[in-house]
Design a protein around this ligand. Sequence first.
Ligand code: SAM
Length: 239
Amino acid sequence: TASVGGNEMDAVRNYFNTAGFDRWRRIYGETDDVNNVQLDIRQGHAETVEKVLAFLKKGGLEGVTVCDVGCGTGSLTVPMILEGAIVKASDISSAMVSEAEKKVAEALKSSNLSKPFKPPTFETNDLESLKGKYHTVACIDVLIHYPKDKAAGMIAHLASLAEKRLIISFAPETPFLAVLKRIGELFPGPSKATRAYLHTEADIEAALKAAGWIVKNKDMTSTKFYYSRLFEAVPQGNL
Ligand code: SAM
């Protein structure tokens, strides 16, 4: 049976160090070696990153500590650093972490920074092993790798790392997406090497609530092949 911890986590790590790394590095990159489905996912994901940044900038980012959990190739880490955030970027895949480091170095070289910046720290680790306290924790498009029965524990751990703000996105479980997933259209190509898990809004809100957090803002991105529900949560009482 599926569980994160044990075999499934190993499978996810292995996938994002090999075929998954190659696939997602291209999807999250700028080069044109992507097919139409991948291009659609790239554009959808870029919209999510824009929406996350909009949430983050409202509260301010300069000098703010952020943990980017499951940072991938650094799509969110890079713009946060350019806004002056103090970022810890972590991922279960060492290939992803190296790529994120590379992207940060490139961005810092090519940008004329008007704001002071702090170089991020990087960590290769599964998110359950992350420690520390951060003003903000961001975890974008990672819950798709968590089966339903592991989602609440994962969210509780993220909440324990965050002091003021938790930003989390997930592929929402809707009748339409459930059908797409069943016919294998939602995650086409080699990504089928890992399972994809959808989550209901109610489940994610309940998990946040159980951890003492409340959803303050929501957003949603949907393209043809990319669906991401976005929550910004704050500790209960801070709303
Ligand atoms: N957050 C990034 C973004 O939006 O650009 C990357 C999203 S990508 C779909 C999912 C990432 O989560 C991969 O880089 C993968 O290695 C990472 N990941 C999956 N399970 C993880 C876990 N248990 N702990 C830490 N990272 C994990």
